[in-house]
Design a protein around this ligand. Structure first.
Ligand code: NAP
Ligand code: SF4
Ligand code: SF4
Length: 383
């Protein structure tokens, strides 16, 4: 295993961390973790040098913390640093901070957490945490020895990321979605460099874009690009080496689902290094990125000139979900995302065809036609 210094801390973290969000389950039910299989995977990773485990209140329908707490018995707790996350969307008042932390520590059966993250910060939750002064609360609880470091994970645009990084002096770490497709998405490369410059450790999540970059078989045009290289790397190896090539990345979490994935990612991590990729490798990855982008049928650049739509339609977010489905052949996931993350009042069927968005779109996209197509393909059939 390879290790890297964790931001300002006098500690080195394994470059591969274990994300306990996609553990093997029984009967396709995410609340029923296949405990013998999952425990063997996590303990094997720790035996091979992984020293960072990531959880959250919500993962596996709130079963992840309880389960990982059991796995960390028999001496495994002492071999890792544990990170879990306060569910920002369940915080309404200051009293919620203690209520959630206590509940999470009880589930984990731990009296100390190494890293406590504000989960999935965005403009709204960041403003809420500032209003409720989470910092004074966190500093008290850290002084009492309940957790070691206050951190955050992030899902919003770069300007929000910058205001969060600059908004508190004592962040130990930022957790960002980052992979070779997402260099300009959310925090992106700019956010990675900013956080690293400010001395934060940067923990990467979704290095394989939640598994979408490693679909087997790869779409024909993508497989064709990989075939140009002499390297015998799998798509997972390409994606992980790209992440670990960068000095600003502290560790990458993978939500491994099988023991074979654990074995493969351990091996890739052991061969990783800053600056490992050659100029030819970078050019090839750039070509793969462009090839995926070419598989996206709607040429939307997410510029948001079409917003606000007077009917409230979330045009760019809807197009992003549809393009994802087409490029990565992940239709089930995009159906879920459309129905879960787009509110009914923002959906494509709210369009009244006023045409304002089309007049504003620099890409001349036939927005009205595309919205109809997207809704027809992704919306849940009426109950
Ligand atoms: N804070 C947040 O808001 C947030 C959001 C997302 C994730 N996270 C955390 O970050 C962790 C990492 O994100 P992620 O789980 O999306 O990571 P990821 O590595 O991008 O995706 C994991 C998926 O990739 C596939 N995979 C992993 N290794 C593979 C290999 N060697 N070969 C082929 N396929 C492989 C598996 O898919 P299959 O299931 O198809 O086998 C697995 O479910 C999560 O587990 C979670 O702890 C946090
Ligand atoms: S055409 Fe539809 S999506 Fe575009 S601005 Fe008008 S109502 Fe909104
Ligand atoms: S204006 Fe056009 S390109 Fe820009 S976000 Fe809207 S649909 Fe996409």
């Amino acid at each position: 295993m390879k290790y890297r210094k964790f931001g300002k801390l006098d500690w080195e973290v394994s470059v591969l961390g274990f994300g306990a969000m996609r553990l093997p389950v029984i009967d396709d039910d995410s609340s029923q973790i296949d405990e013998p299989k999952a425990a063997a995977m996590i303990r094997h990773a720790i035996d091979q040098g992984v020293n960072y485990v990531d959880m959250a209140y919500t993962y596996h329908q709130e079963q992840s913390e309880r389960f990982v707490g059991k796995v960390l018995k028999d001496g495994y707790r002492d071999k890792v640093r544990v990170a879990t996350k306060m569910p920002s969307w369940l915080v309404e008042e200051e009293a919620d901070f203690d209520r959630l932390l206590t509940e999470q520590m009880t589930r984990l059966e731990l009296d100390y957490l190494d890293f406590y993250l504000l989960h999935s910060l965005n403009a709204r939750s960041w403003s809420n945490f500032q209003k409720l002064d989470v910092f004074t609360w966190a500093e008290k609880r850290m002084a009492e020895g309940l957790f070691g470091q206050l951190c955050f994970s992030f899902h919003d645009d770069y300007p929000v990321f910058e205001s969060i990084v600059e908004g508190y002096d004592n962040w130990a770490m930022a957790q960002i979605q980052y992979n070779y497709m997402d260099i300009d998405v959310q925090a992106g490369t700019k956010g990675l460099k900013l956080a690293s410059d400010r001395g934060l450790a940067v923990v990467v999540m979704e290095p394989l874009r939640g598994g979408r970059l490693v679909k087997d078989p790869q779409p024909d045009p993508i497989a064709g690009v990989w075939a140009k290289s002499d390297r015998d790397w799998t798509p997972a190896a390409w994606a992980l080496h790209w992440v670990w090539d960068q000095p600003e990345v502290t560790t990458a979490l993978s939500g491994m689902h099988t023991m074979a994935e654990v074995e493969e990612n351990l091996a890739i991590a052991s061969n990783s290094a800053v600056g490992k990729l050659t100029d030819e490798d970078h050019a090839l990855i750039k070509e793969v990125r462009h090839t995926y982008q070419d598989l996206m049928p709607i040429p939307c650049t997410q510029c948001e000139y079409c917003l606000p739509c007077p009917s409230g339609v979330a045009i760019p977010r809807i197009f992003d979900i549809y393009n994802d489905a087409a490029a990565y052949d992940s239709w089930d996931r995009s159906k879920w995302a459309y129905n879960e993350f787009i509110k009914p009042e923002e959906m494509a069927d709210q369009c009244v065809e006023c045409g304002e968005c089309e007049a504003a779109c620099p890409q001349n996209i036939k927005i009205i036609e595309w919205l109809a197509t997207v809704h027809q393909k992704l919306a849940k059939p009426p109950a």
